[in-house]
Design a protein around this ligand. Structure first.
Ligand code: FMN
Length: 160
C-alpha cells in the first residue's frame, strides 16, 4: 500500500501538516512539494492512494495544486483520495473545501478536511502583511494547526 501526499505551501504551514500526516499514515508514503519540485511523475500508477493538500489564499487553493489535480484527474478518479486545506477562516472552511478541487474528486474522496492554519509574519511580503493586519485584524504570529483533525484524517485514510 503506497500513498502520495502532493501539496504546496507558501509560508510553511502546509508543509508542517503534510509532515504530521505522513507520520500518522500506514504503509509507504511519498511526499511531493508541488511548489518546489517541478519534476512531476509521468503517471501515478505506483500509488494506491493520493492526498492533495493546499493552503487557501483569497478563497482559493494555490495554482500548482489546482494544476496537479487537473493534469492527473483521470488517474486520481481511480485512487483512494484525501483532500485537505489549510486556512485561518474557520467560518469559511466548508465553503472553501467545497469550491476548490475538481468536483469529481469530492465525489470519490475518502476524506475531506481542513487542518487549521498559521500566520507567520516574518515570511510575508508587505501586501500579505497588510491583508492580515487589516483584513484578519491579526498583528502577530499565530499557529492554529488542528492536530486532532490530522489524526482523524489519517485514521480514515488508514481504515479505507
Ligand atoms: C494574504 C493572505 C490571504 C489569506 N486568505 C485566506 C483565505 O481566503 N481563507 C483562509 O481560510 N485563510 C486565508 N489565509 C490564511 C492562510 O491560508 C494560512 O495562513 C495558511 O496556514 C497558510 O499556509 P502556508 O503557510 O502553507 O502557505 C490567508 C493568508 C494570507 C497571508
Amino acid at each position: 500500500m503506497k500513498t502520495l501526499i502532493a501539496f504546496s505551501s507558501k509560508h510553511g504551514c502546509t508543509v508542517r501538516c503534510a509532515n504530521m500526516l505522513e507520520k500518522q499514515l500506514d504503509g509507504e508514503v511519498d511526499k511531493l512539494n508541488l511548489g518546489i519540485n517541478k519534476n512531476w511523475p509521468d503517471n501515478l500508477e505506483e500509488y494506491d492512494k493520493v492526498i492533495l493538500g493546499s493552503p487557501i489564499y483569497e478563497g482559493s487553493i494555490v495554482r500548482e495544486v489546482n494544476q496537479f489535480s487537473k493534469d492527473y484527474l483521470d488517474e486520481l478518479k481511480q485512487k483512494g483520495i484525501g483532500l485537505f486545506i489549510c486556512g485561518m477562516r474557520e467560518d469559511r472552511m466548508e465553503q472553501q473545501l467545497d469550491t476548490n478541487f475538481p468536483s469529481e474528486l469530492h465525489e470519490t474522496a475518502i476524506v475531506r478536511e481542513y487542518f487549521g492554519g498559521a500566520f507567520r509574519f516574518k515570511t510575508m511580503n508587505m501586501l500579505e502583511r497588510s491583508i492580515v493586519r487589516y483584513g484578519a485584524k491579526v498583528d502577530k504570529d499565530v499557529s492554529a494547526i488542528r492536530e486532532d483533525k490530522i489524526q482523524d484524517f489519517a485514521d480514515k485514510m488508514n481504515a479505507s
